[in-house]
Design a protein around this ligand. Sequence first.
Ligand code: SF4
Length: 366
Amino acid sequence: MLEEAILKGPLGDIAEKVFQGERLNREDGLRLMETNDLLAIGYLADYARRRKVGDEVYFINNAHINYTNVCRNLCRFCAFGRTPDAEGAYTLSLEEIAEKARQFKKYNPTEIHIVGGLNPEIPFSYYENMLRIIKEILPQAHLQAFDAVEIAFLSEISGLSLKEVLVRLREAGLGSLPGGGAEIFNPEIRQRICPRKISGEQWLEVHAVAHSLGIRSNATMLYGHIESLADRIDHLLALRRLQDETGGFLAFIPLPFHPSNTGLSELPPTTGYDDLKTLAIARLLLDNFDHIKAFWIMLTPKMAQIALNFGVDDLDGTVREERIAHDAGAETPQYQPAEEFLRLIREAGRVPVERDTLYNIVRRYP
Ligand code: SF4
């Protein structure tokens, strides 16, 4: 019924492409962004999701370590980064990191997610040692560490090429790269929200080099600030192009902007409507990505659950102590046990599957 109505409606030609498995173009993406027919977009994204990954919904037993919030970039949208002498500035010692890893041991996490600010006082050896120490304490955990911005920074401070940095980190225990730092690729918007950050092209280059070494990664987009809808579509298309070339991305994670405590605090937060639309359009445009993730920490568990009907097949993980979104006013809890994922996923009529970082199945729940 709904399918017929969509085919007869203003999005009919786009729906036809989705049902035929044809790739959508920029124009299609813009039209989807501009329409208010959220249910039609959701229906199409749900269709595309089911065809791609079926009814399973993934989550991971993981933990986060944010090793420093000292950052020389001080992006305007970020409430986490600080100058070294600012109140609350911290850098964890290797012993403190070891202590955290020891505390996580009882949860048996399959992944440790590690990101932090760009602190010029920390030498390259700290990063290698951090990975070695965590790996020693949690040998079974996959280390997803250092986004493209940090990798480019490490190349700068060490004088090593991107490739050499990645190879050295992999030798120390690096498993894959998180998707942060992508923000919005449009250079003018980037100039206004994070002028000191590497360019969108450099971000893509770091991921291309990682993929060429067999290091997988994720991709993100920070939306809901001063970017246009066309900027979002162009961002998605740039990711799709790189994925066509390398196939190295695991998942795409749209991140709604949280304005509290940032240099853009005058902006309103994103709406639920915008969040669902953005997730659904990502599923429709990124036909070469297997997984679209609703990061519950930034979206709230309730929205993440509804997003399961809007193209999403992954809810991220248990997390345990997250600082970046919470410094920007996220009011979600910092930890969500596996039972909560089971409840959210089952209530949505889907099948909960615990995965590892590379989407190998750890446990399929009945
Ligand atoms: S977003 Fe990253 S690079 Fe920018 S200030 Fe925050 S921690 Fe630093």
